[in-house]
Design a protein around this ligand. Structure first.
Ligand code: FES
Ligand code: FES
Length: 227
């Protein structure tokens, strides 16, 4: 078994851990970082439940090895809310009953985040196309579409897409308040709760870079026939 040391940043916190080279990023996030909000459904890139953001781009974490994420900045579903305060996208899903069992929801939320950043005023057709790579076995999709449209409206009215902790890190204007990390998480910098000094940069988050050659558009961004 070949182990590699991996250091990456998840939801504004640095994580360092050892991972077997064939370990998927999804498993590393769940088992080593202790962030179990990222779900695993198909484990071969079909369902979208494992969608996270890597350097700002939606990716399927079941299709990446953990070692491929070395040095990247990730955001998982745990990075959306600010304590008890739901992110506007989460709030819209809640208000429009866009989930039933909720298994698919983390992936939908992260895909929605990426989609609305790039398409702030989407039509219904664009929403359906943008989320077409995420599968839900419960809802029939109609309320998910409504929720995304509502979230777009809220964001257009001035709500902030960027999570509150990221804003605080970027502006260094507020108290340290990174998202909670589950007990038993891998060795992490900032154990005292202090904010990491590195600032997330939108310009590098929004596109693939040399630093992040493995980032790719999630299949959810691909066009599929309207449901
Ligand atoms: S678990 Fe289904 S796409 Fe990753
Ligand atoms: S809410 Fe159950 S799979 Fe989507």
């Amino acid at each position: 078994m070949t182990l590699r040391q991996i250091t990456l940043r998840v939801n504004g916190q640095d994580y360092t851990g050892q991972a077997e080279v064939r370990k998927t990023l999804a498993d590393f996030i769940r088992e080593d970082c202790g962030l179990t909000g990222t779900h695993l459904g198909c484990e071969h890139g079909v369902c979208g439940a494992c969608t996270i953001l890597m350097n700002g781009e939606a990716v399927r974490s079941c299709l990446l090895f953990a070692v491929q994420a070395e040095g990247t900045e990730l955001m998982t579903v745990e990075g959306l809310a600010d304590g008890d305060q739901l992110h506007p996208i989460q709030q819209a899903y809640w208000e429009h009953h866009a989930l039933q069992c909720g298994f698919c929801t983390p992936g939908f939320l992260m895909t929605t985040y990426d989609f609305l950043r790039d398409t702030p005023h989407p039509s219904e057709r664009e929403i359906r196309e943008g989320l077409a790579g995420n599968l839900c076995r419960c809802t029939g999709y109609q309320n998910i579409v409504k929720a995304v449209a509502a979230a777009a409206k809220t964001l257009s009215a001035g709500a902030r897409l960027e999570p509150a902790w990221a804003v605080r890190q970027r502006t260094a204007a507020g108290p340290a308040h990174p998202p909670a990390r589950a007990a038993g998480a891998a060795t992490a910098a900032g154990e005292d709760g202090s904010l990491p000094s590195r600032r997330p940069r939108r310009s590098t988050q929004a596109r693939r870079t040399k630093k992040n050659p493995t980032a790719r558009k999630a299949p959810g961004r691909q066009r599929r026939p309207k449901r």
